[in-house]
Design a protein around this ligand. Structure first.
Ligand SMILES: *[C@@H]1O[C@H](CO)[C@@H](O)[C@H](O)[C@H]1NC(C)=O
Ligand SMILES: *[C@@H]1O[C@H](CO)[C@@H](O)[C@H](O)[C@H]1NC(C)=O
Ligand SMILES: *[C@@H]1O[C@H](CO)[C@@H](O)[C@H](O)[C@H]1NC(C)=O
Ligand SMILES: *[C@@H]1O[C@H](CO)[C@@H](O)[C@H](O)[C@H]1NC(C)=O
Length: 521
């Protein structure tokens, strides 16, 4: 069983009382009756007390204008789902940030920028998890555990639809959530079925992040936000997600006790005894209720036990090369039936060699999900498995390689007629701040360089790391506990959470390669 097991859920329950007010994906400060009634989400920036930091020129509060471009026929309804014309069901005024500022209150920096004025650009590199040093791998796992055990300070989730919250927002239904599950929930929310009214009456041909053009930009922003929240949580502003290069893999190389968890001797599917969330779509559909992030049992995975008719083998290097050589981003119906579409082939609804759409088989991205034969294998609950992050970091690197190879103009990205949620100017569900799909159809050079970084740095002390491993694990575990306590204290003090501000909780004591950690608070 995994190291993940012990650490992952150690002290979840005790921490849920850590923040006083229960108020997103919604910015905590907007998730109130008042926010719902006025439809305004322009929180004051703590640096100067003005809405959106307007007095300091960070941004201003303004009307949200959503795109009126038509979407495709896949979703024939309108006015019934909170995600339509995002974020208007909830808010019609939000902060628009100036310069490199970002965040719901413009108190943070755009991806890639840091420093007090967000003027400092720093390139980040995502690295192969299998070539990280043991200490780096353990640090990554400790961050996942910290994320799973710490209530997110800035965001809460909605546990009811907007209609259920009352016309004037008299029944606000939001809930605290830990940072890890915040992202699981967002992935559920973006891909869930639409409720049409009445138990079990749902529309399934809807997904704001899969099966069309936004698949790659949406998951790109999802990963960037993940990194951003981990940086805020740990104070490690150089943190990047590692990737798993699964090309030509014969098995799940990252499914080891030291990394993403090995098999239990008692139950080959059991990875972690504690809670996954949002894995019961039919249950929510039958009640027409949102996933409210109640624990639903263990994390499951049984790599290789899948249906081999659907996924005969994992993708090869040749498959990746073939997909990257496709020149068109989207084609035809702009959905999972598209032929010759790079997006559709990489997502895994097409034959990688010919680019022709296929049914009954899952390729590329999809094949890894099916292969894992567990929590990863259904769209809505898949982000419960931390392999999701490693997998998508690698998918994102292939997207990046394609962008650098073909240098497509923005007009290559569909402006209209994509399935709902996927047009260029649509704001990504359910993020707040607002991000447009088309803005992330550009090479990552602007925010980071994740593309297939090769193993160059093997630290000299790596040999000693085996011996140090146990020691480091103990120190990390102790520090996680300390850091959580400190975070609790710091949240009470209501410190600003400016991305560029160094407010470390866990801090690597020196350059990468050091195997000792110290807190600096
Ligand atoms: C925004 O929502 C508020 C509250 O429902 C409403 O009064 C206002 O007219 C809306 N603004 C626009 C531009 O639709
Ligand atoms: C949350 O959802 C679960 C089922 O997934 C349900 O049993 C529980 O009553 C819900 N809790 C609230 C507060 O609605
Ligand atoms: C695992 O694979 C079997 C087929 O080998 C399939 O019947 C089952 O539904 C799969 N389970 C999950 C969770 O994907
Ligand atoms: C893709 O090609 C197949 C085979 O030629 C065809 O049946 C299908 O309609 C095409 N898909 C689209 C969306 O045009």
């Amino acid at each position: 069983m995994a190291t993940l097991v012990g650490l992952f859920y150690g002290c979840a329950a005790a921490l849920c009382v850590l923040t006083g007010s229960c108020l997103a994906q919604f910015p905590r400060r907007c998730a109130t009756s008042e926010g719902l009634r006025t439809k305004e989400c322009c929180p004051p920036w703590e640096g100067d007390g003005s809405a959106c930091g307007a007095l300091s020129g960070r941004g201003f509060c303004t009307e949200v204008l959503v795109s009126e471009e038509p979407h495709g026929p896949q979703y024939p309804h309108s006015g019934i789902d909170d995600r339509e014309r995002w974020p208007l069901a909830f808010f019609n005024r939000t902060c628009r940030c100036a310069g490199n500022y970002d965040g719901a209150d413009c108190g943070e920096c755009r991806f890639g920028y840091r420093g007090a004025g967000c003027g400092e650009y720093r390139e980040s590199v995502r690295r192969n998890i299998l070539t990280l040093s043991v200490a780096e791998q353990q640090r990554f796992i400790s961050y996942l555990n910290l994320a799973k055990n710490t209530v997110n300070a800035d965001y809460v989730i909605a546990t009811a639809t907007r209609a259920e919250m009352g016309a004037d927002g008299e029944n606000p239904a939001f809930s605290d959530i830990d940072t890890y599950d915040l992202f699981v929930w967002m992935h559920y929310y973006v891909s869930r079925d639409a409720f049409l009214g009445g138990p079990g009456n749902v529309w399934r041909e809807i997904d704001f992040a899969h099966e069309s053009a936004a698949f790659l930009p949406w998951h790109r922003v999802f990963l960037l936000l993940w990194e951003h929240e981990i940086r805020k949580l740990t104070g490690d502003f150089d943190f990047t997600l590692p990737y798993w290069d699964w090309r030509d893999a014969q098995a799940c190389d990252v499914c080891t006790d030291a990394l993403m968890g090995g098999r239990s001797a008692f139950n080959p599917s059991l990875i972690d005894p504690a809670s996954v969330i949002c894995t019961q779509p039919e249950e929510y559909n039958s009640r027409e209720a949102l996933c409210n992030a109640t624990g639903e049992g263990p994390l499951l995975r049984n790599p290789g036990n899948h249906d081999r008719g659907r996924v005969p083998r994992l993708p090869t290097s040749a498959d990746v090369d073939a997909v990257v050589s496709l020149t068109e981003y989207e084609t035809d119906t702009l959905d999972r039936f598209a032929n010759g579409s790079f997006r559709n082939a990489l997502e895994g609804f097409a034959n990688p060699e010919t680019g022709m759409a296929i049914t009954g088989q899952s390729t590329m991205h999809n094949s890894l999900h099916i292969f894992m034969n567990g929590s990863m294998s259904s769209v809505q609950g898949s982000a419960n498995d931390p392999i999701f992050l490693l997998h998508h970091a690698f998918i994102d690197s292939i997207f990046e390689r394609w962008l650098r190879t073909h240098r497509p103009p923005r007009t290559h990205y569909p402006r209209s007629n994509a399935p709902i949620g996927h047009n260029d100017a649509y704001y990504m569900v359910p993020f707040m701040s607002l991000y447009r799909n088309g803005d992330y159809f550009v090479t990552n050079k602007e925010f980071l360089t994740p593309y297939l970084e090769k193993a160059q740095d093997i630290w000299q002390w790596l040999l000693a790391a085996g011996i140090l491993g146990a020691l480091v694990a103990a120190v990390v575990a102790a520090l996680v506990v300390t850091a959580i306590k400190r975070r609790k204290r710091s949240q009470r003090r209501k410190l600003t959470s400016v991305y560029g501000e160094r407010r470390p909780l866990l801090h690597s004591s020196s350059e990468e390669g050091s195997s000792s950690y110290q807190t600096t608070l």
